[in-house]
Design a protein around this ligand. Structure first.
Ligand code: NAD
Length: 466
């Protein structure tokens, strides 16, 4: 008998549902269906692939209340943030739809006049663009609409079939996305949800897929890369981060404190680009810390289904131990616990919003991805010291600098190896800009025009008319 996956509500610890997992045979069967269906999908006029995506866009808006409630129930994401995530997908779809035709259009790069080759006819060289074929989209739970949609929407538009493995912690949402796409007119066999844990993800990688687009942790990303290597297929990895922010001596303290508190605690700190460590110039350190603490104290913690809730439970129970261990390690090594520090004494996986100061880089909280409502704030005495500390990580997703001098901020950011650089903002993603990581933060690019062409492969056409 096939395994069952238990879906638990992180806010109440109640069982929501048990769902049948796709075993190896089911995964192989879905793969075969996708393989058979993909060629027909790829040769459709672009308009015929675009119209179901636009219908999906409309349904996301129409059904936002139910979809957000479902996402909140299985991840604990505060309902206002679940709604914001879903309602931000349409602008990403608009970007992809606007640029799809241009990216798919063949390019004539050379054309030789008749007289250049007497008796040989004319020669044309054309670059054509073809979909990869059947791709695997193995996804994370923290922003299923964003990180999934950044892959499956452009992949479908470009003519690929998608085998979508939602995270086991966002399975109901994965099923809802599949149902919505099918209702919108995407053929059943062109987009399929593959249900299960990492074992199911591994079974998916056993299939002769043409590409794997993964969002998740560095540890799993490595396994994906190893499994995909013998296939020599396209591998894209959007992984974790230890994203630093630096507040310069000339920063607007109120703006920086409010922006960085939100960047650290939005979605309970469970964002790939969450602010994970903060460095503050000593000249404004006390003022900044007071403003930061005031913002954190103002956050409303509670039932994620309530409209006013800003902080809910963390989505996975084992993460509570990771957070407690990071706090204990920091305090043992001399950090000051300004607030929080432990799980809350109530049902659900709630961890109190936690601020640590007098931290340093011997502590795990400043070195390893925290992925929860815990932040370390370190005092620095120069830009150079801040740069050295910001660079002290194998990750490279984003970095932020707050300060009034753009040239100085850009100069600092140029020295930090990250895919995204923020001046006076943080924890921000735009469909117009490439989303990528350096080092342990990943490989490849989603979003922007590059996030469309990554689902294509070029073909060289040498065309001689006799
Ligand atoms: P995870 O690595 O635990 O799991 C991600 C997915 O991989 C899940 O669907 C899981 O079932 C699957 N998986 C696990 N083992 C597998 C295996 N051996 N083979 C195939 N699939 C396997 O990550 P998570 O907890 O879901 O997500 C959190 C992580 O994702 C954090 O590190 C976060 O920073 C990162 N993330 C990065 C981005 C980005 O854009 N860079 C965005 C969101 C999340």
């Amino acid at each position: 008998m096939a395994d069952l996956l238990s879906i638990i509500n992180p806010a109440t610890e109640a069982l929501i549902k048990e769902i049948l997992v796709d075993d190896g045979a089911a995964v192989a069967e879905k793969y075969a269906r996708a393989r058979a269906a993909q060629p027909e999908w790829a040769v459709l006029p672009l308009a015929d692939r675009t119209s179901p995506i636009l219908q999906f866009r409309a349904l996301l808006i129409e059904r936002v209340d139910a979809l957000a409630a479902l996402l909140t129930s299985e991840t604990g994401k505060p309902i206002a943030q679940a709604r914001s995530e879903i309602l931000a997908v349409p602008s990403r779809i608009d970007f992809f739809v606007e640029h799809a035709a241009r990216v798919l259009a063949p390019e004539r790069v050379y054309s030789e006049p008749v007289e250049a080759l007497p008796g040989m006819g004319t020669l044309e060289e054309v670059i054509g663009y073809e979909p990869l074929g059947v791709i695997a989209n193995i996804s994370a739970w923290n922003y299923p609409y964003f990180v999934g949609g950044n892959v499956f929407i452009p992949a479908l538009l470009m003519g690929n079939a998608v085998l979508y493995k939602p995270s086991e912690f966002a399975t109901l949402t994965g099923g809802a996305i599949a149902a919505l796409l099918h209702e919108s007119g995407i053929p059943q066999d062109i987009f399929m949800a593959i249900i299960g844990t990492g074992l199911t993800g591994a079974a998916l990688l056993d299939q002769p897929i043409d590409g794997v687009f993964f969002t998740g942790s560095y540890a799993t990303g490595q396994k994906i890369a190893v499994a995909a290597a013998p296939k020599l297929i396209r591998v894209q990895l959007e992984l974790g981060g230890k994203d630093p922010a630096y507040v310069c001596a000339d920063a607007n303290v109120a703006t920086a404190a409010a922006g960085l508190a939100d960047g650290a605690f939005y979605n309970n700190g469970q964002s790939c680009c969450a602010v994970e460590r903060i460095y503050v110039h000593t000249d404004i350190y006390d003022e900044f810390l007071a403003a930061f603490m005031e913002t954190v104290r103002g956050f409303t913690l509670g039932d994620p289904a309530a409209a006013e809730t800003y902080l809910g439970p963390v989505s996975r129970q084992p993460q509570l131990d990771v957070l407690a261990d990071q706090v204990a390690d920091a305090v043992a090594k001399g950090a000051t616990l300004r607030c929080g520090g432990q799980q809350l004494d109530r049902p659900g996986w709630y961890f109190a919003p936690t601020v640590l100061t007098e931290v340093n880089h011997t502590m795990t909280v400043m070195q390893e991805e925290t992925f929860g409502p815990v932040i370390g704030i370190q005092r620095v005495s120069s830009d150079e010291e801040a740069v050295a500390l910001m660079q002290d990580t194998p990750y490279g997703l984003t970095a932020a600098v707050y300060g009034t001098d753009r040239e100085r901020a850009v100069g600092i950011l140029r020295q930090i190896k990250t895919g995204s650089a923020y001046w006076n903002c943080c924890d921000r993603v735009s469909p117009r800009l490439p989303w990528s990581g350096r080092g342990h933060s990943g490989l490849g690019t989603t979003l922007s025009v590059a996030g469309l062409s990554t689902f294509l492969q070029p073909r060289a056409w040498h065309l001689r008319a006799e």
